[in-house]
Design a binder for this molecule. Structure first.
Ligand code: NDP
Length: 494
């Protein structure tokens, strides 16, 4: 089928492959182009503006559409509409990314993998912004930019820099547990279809009667977790930097739809007060034996994007996007991300980013007190009042108690306003040690972990930094530290 070509204003244009020129009278090639050649000017000017700002973090990604199916009765813990009936299905958008490297970087670079998931429910969008590791490197949000800069490029050399990376982590040692995740096999997934995802954050599931539970979200690949060794990941990065993106696209194209079982861990607020770990500290998990996984659904990704830019690059996710029945907890990183993510979207996509097709709610939207702004392409609520409490056209709304998403009457917070000190104690190393022991149950995994870590650390030029890292890991396990020193220093000497 042919398409009739026009300019962006709909006017028929002549041949799009030919500019208008004043020809050289002696014939042949060459001539002056004209400012009046609108087709040429528009073509070049639009090309100059094709790129929108790259995400500062999570720039390289693959994505797809699919569905979430509620598979278990959850009505005892949440009033969320998409979870109120077994068998109920909601459309989903999923974007899986690395974190630090730029848009053109290799998929198999060792990194945490981000998991932006938008569930288009019948009561508006529910975003979950997860990672493939269950914990984070810091617990005070003010450290977030520093953390990410230390994982990126040195301000002078513009190179990734091991001294800078380890200098940051030595100065902010609460990240030890997340480092144990980053440098084990799961830091280099073999397929995006074979990673798990975790909310990391504690959220609340709320009910209309005002009660709530604390929850953490887990998604586990039905086909299991599969990883590359560091050597394979490096080789694949050279041969096909887009390997994971291609793998996901082709699998879905072939009808080989990836699926995840979706679970929550559930904690009663009373237990939270006396639990051995602070449940708002994102460097800690809730052990499975204390809080077993309870299934709520299944996620299936079954439709590729039709256009990467429209569907995936313009997608915006935020942990502040929550439906009635789900609410934030007092996790400081979550609270800060609830500001930072929409703020990033406003910068990157503009103030009306929620109107873009991939972000648009499938439930009716009526937000007449949020209007105008760049690139508003709705009817902008016509003549409807743009102020609250109008008697001319009153609005109805759902009572706060029926939503609970930002209503905190059922929690009481009393305390002094003070600077948050992220004091480090031996408790910060306990779960890192637990993971080291988990790796010990998997054939060769501790050795691979040490090799992965040594490969990175041996890039640090400062012997003092390397020595402090050995001491740092000795708080996880003495043997780990001794083996790390031996392998790293051998690599440095080689
Ligand atoms: P268990 O001792 O009950 O089970 C071990 C868990 O380790 C598994 O459930 C699995 O999580 C996870 N695991 C296995 N291999 C790896 C790996 N290479 N990298 C990361 N995680 C792996 O777990 P606990 O709950 O007692 O926690 C022990 C440690 O396991 C924690 O300190 C934490 O580091 C890690 N972990 C814990 C999670 C939690 O939410 N409790 C979640 C993920 C890891 P999964 O089934 O999710 O793949």
């Amino acid at each position: 089928m042919t398409s009739f070509y026009t300019g962006a204003e709909g006017c028929p244009y002549p041949n799009p492959s030919t500019s208008v020129q004043v020809r050289n009278p002696s014939g042949g090639v060459g001539g002056l182009v004209l400012l009046q050649d609108t087709q040429l000017i528009e073509t070049l000017a639009h090309f100059n503006r094709e790129r929108i700002p790259e995400r500062v973090v999570h720039a390289k990604a693959a994505g797809a559409y699919g569905e979430f199916e509620c598979t278990h009765d959850c009505t005892d813990i949440t009033s969320a509409s998409f979870l109120n009936t077994i068998g109920k299905k909601s459309d989903v958008l999923l974007r899986i990314s690395t974190v630090g490297p730029e848009r053109g970087s290799a998929d198999t670079t060792r990194d945490v993998h981000g998991w932006g998931m938008k569930i288009y429910t019948d009561e508006g969008n529910q975003d979950f912004v997860c990672n493939n590791i269950p914990v984070f490197f810091v617990r005070d949000p003010i450290k977030f930019p520093s953390l990410n800069r230390s994982h990126k490029r040195h301000p002078q050399t513009n190179l990734a820099d091991s001294d800078m990376f380890w200098d940051f982590h030595l100065g902010n040692p609460e990240g030890i547990h997340a480092l144990m995740h980053l440098f084990n096999d799961r830091g280099t997934p073999a397929s995006l279809r074979n990673i798990n995802a975790y909310s990391g954050h504690t959220y609340k599931f709320t009910k209309e009667d005002g009660s709530f539970k604390y929850i953490k979200l887990h998604l586990k690949a039905q086909d299991g977790v599969k990883n590359f060794t560091a050597a394979t990941a490096t080789k694949v990065a050279g041969e096909n930097p887009d390997f994971l993106t291609q793998d996901l696209f082709e699998a879905i194209e072939q009808g080989n739809f990836p699926k995840w079982d979706v679970f929550v861990q559930v904690m009663d607020p009373k237990e939270a007060e006396s639990y051995k770990w602070n449940i708002f500290d994102m460097t800690k998990v809730w052990p499975h034996k204390d809080y077993p996984l309870r299934q709520i659904g299944v996620l299936t990704m079954n439709r590729n994007p039709q256009n990467y830019f429209t569907d995936i690059e313009q997608a915006a996710f935020s942990p502040s996007t929550m439906v009635p029945g789900i609410a934030p907890s007092a996790d400081p990183i979550l609270q800060a991300r609830m500001f930072a993510y929409p703020d990033a979207a406003r910068y990157r996509l503009g103030v009306n980013y929620q109107q873009l097709p991939t972000n648009r709610s499938k439930a009716p939207v009526y937000t007449p007190y949020q209007r105008d702004g760049f690139m508003n392409f709705t009817d902008n609520y016509g003549a409807d009042p743009n102020y609250v409490n109008s008697s001319l056209k009153p609005t109805t709304f759902k009572a706060a108690g029926k939503i609970n998403s930002t209503i905190t009457e059922h929690e009481k917070w009393v305390g002094e306003v003070s600077s948050f000190t992220s004091e480090i104690t031996p408790v910060d190393f306990e779960q890192a040690t637990a993971l080291w022991n988990v790796l010990g149950t998997q054939e060769g995994h501790q050795d691979r972990f040490i090799n992965n870590l040594a490969g990175h650390l041996s890039g640090a030029k400062s012997a003092q930094i390397r020595s402090r890292v050995y001491e740092y890991f000795s708080y996880v396990d003495k043997d780990l530290s001794a083996r790390l020193r031996e392998v790293t220093e051998a690599k440095v000497a080689a």
